[in-house]
Design a protein around this ligand. Structure first.
Ligand SMILES: Nc1ncnc2c1ncn2[C@@H]1O[C@H](COP(=O)(O)OP(=O)(O)OP(=O)(O)O)[C@@H](O)[C@H]1O
Ligand SMILES: [Mg+2]
Length: 352
């Protein structure tokens, strides 16, 4: 997969910018606030319908405009494709792929997988389980597109149960939804665990290669309920508590990956730079799993060199370069980033 054209209209501070890409690695450099991250955000938006930053689509629309539009041309399996997406202030979303209307975001996500690594990536190690859960969920989704349906069905059951618990609803109804949730959870847990088992040894191997101080790392898959209990048993055990608190306390929505270094919680002992590096290793491994499955997403690396020393930047860049994926990078430090990615095409972004 290779993006060769990009045009961005009225997106953040970008009124109208046109790019042609010929190389695997592309670097956007320039002063603070010129719109480098916004370019990656636009690419990312096409794929995910979201930003990797805080805020929602209304924040994307240029202050002076009522909508934004992004056009993108890409080559996949030697075929030229085009995507356009427009979103207005009222929330109306219009998308086309190869001039045919698209009705669902997931069609674009499948067509153009994008992985974005931003300066907040360290949160994968540092913050709540939600980050690690979504890491595994996206990984599964990128490989098995029908996972989204299962994921949505599971969350619909949880939402329904939360309402019923809160209202102390009809017992038969609760049991019916619990049974549906059990059936979804079994499948969801199996597929999550399968991909965790694929990615986990890759992560520990890369850590050993590039982060020698962290080689005591252990990753444990936590499915979201007590070890030794089936999910049905857990639901029975929790029934009173679920009703008391008006929500499902244990289940697939609590899945996590426990990360320890020499038996201690990694978030408590690692420096911020180490957390960032470890999180990047998670993504390097993610890309490896996708490559095994013949999926070559576009990579967006925002402010990639921030907080990484030159040696580590060099080693990680070697990994990224060894993958087939096309890469878009932003940086304020032109020399530092070009040293790590010497064959890149450079785009100087300036205030318009
Ligand atoms: N909806 C909007 N309309 C107009 N301008 C906006 C909008 N949202 C954000 N901006 C401005 O767009 C500019 C571009 O921000 P962006 O984060 O892309 O810059 P950057 O080049 O990545 O900067 P840095 O080097 O600090 O990361 C900022 O000056 C920001 O204030
Ligand atoms: Mg930026």
């Amino acid at each position: 997969m290779f993006i060769n054209k990009l045009r961005i209209l009225n997106f953040r501070n970008i009124l109208d910018k046109d790019f042609k890409f010929e190389k695997k690695v592309n670097i956007f450099y320039g002063e603070n606030g010129v719109g480098k991250t916004s370019i990656l955000e636009a690419i990312n938006y096409i794929s995910s319908g979201k930003s990797f930053r805080k805020g929602n689509y209304k924040d994307f629309i240029n202050y002076e405009s009522n909508d934004f539009t992004i056009y993108l041309g890409y080559n996949k399996d030697d075929l030229e494709n085009s995507i356009s997406v427009r979103k207005d202030k009222k929330g109306q979303w219009k998308a086309k792929k190869n001039n045919t209307n698209i009705s669902q975001q997931s069609t674009l996500t499948e067509s153009l997988p994008v992985i974005s690594i931003d300066p907040e990536v360290y949160r994968l190690v540092d913050s709540s389980p939600q980050y690690r859960r979504s890491f595994i969920d996206w990984l599964v989704f990128h490989v098995k597109h029908d996972y989204l349906l299962l994921w949505k069905k599971t969350h619909k059951c949880i939402k329904q149960l939360n309402t019923l618990y809160k209202l102390r609803g009809n017992t038969n109804e609760i049991e019916t939804w619990e049974q549906m949730l059990v059936s979804c959870t079994e499948k969801l847990n199996q597929v999550r665990n399968h991909y965790f088992l694929q990615i986990s040894p890759i992560i520990t191997n890369i850590v050993r290669e590039i982060l020698p101080g962290l080689d005591g790392i252990v990753l444990i898959y936590k499915r979201g309920w007590t070890e030794g209990l089936s999910f049905i048993q857990q639901l029975e055990k929790d029934r009173e508590k679920n009703l008391k608190y008006g929500q499902l306390l244990n289940g697939p929505h609590k899945m996590d990956i426990k990360i320890t270094i020499n038996h201690t919680d990694a978030s408590k002992v690692l420096s911020r730079g180490q957390k960032k590096m470890l999180s990047i290793v998670f993504y390097l491994s993610y890309l490896k799993v996708l490559e095994f499955n013949q999926i070559f997403p576009i990579l967006c690396l925002d402010d990639f060199d921030a907080e990484i020393d030159e040696n580590k930047l060099q080693t990680t860049s070697e990994y990224f370069k060894s993958y087939q994926s096309q890469i878009f990078i932003t940086s304020v430090h032109k020399e530092k980033i070009v040293k790590a990615f010497p064959n890149a095409d450079l785009f100087h972004v300036k205030h318009s």
